[in-house]
Design a protein around this ligand. Sequence first.
Ligand code: FES
Length: 158
Amino acid sequence: MNPTAPDLNIPASDEREKLLERAMARHHNSGDALIEILHTAQQLYGYLSRPLLSKMARRLNLPPSHVLGVATFYHLFRFEPPKKHSAIVCLGTACYASGAGQLLAAAQQSASEGEWTLTTGRCVGSCGLAPIAICDGIPLARVKPGDLAAVLGGKHDG
Ligand code: FES
């Protein structure tokens, strides 16, 4: 396997600020559009930093705790800069029943110090291949914890 780095396609910082301001203005700076604005912010910056969430809260006239609460409720928002590579461990029912918990533990151990951003998903639509992990878009079917740890650059006993 030879995973390639994802194209984050993130614009320059001053341009990002203008685009985010425009997105909020398009929604009349209304908190009702918070989730859509959070999506736009993540697309622009690659993740949602605390200062960025605070800034959006001020602009949308919402309590910062509300903005943080909404953002952390959804698994698709990230709060740290994306690393060079991305890995998803499926925690859907079929994968979980096939050992995805151990897979995730091994991946967390290996990804923490490496160049991988680790996230989890809820059924990626390949239950027959459970447990499954997706590394830089490449599915690893019936993957074992030790094999996933090796892909992520770590070591694992399992
Ligand atoms: S539960 Fe993992 S692919 Fe369906």
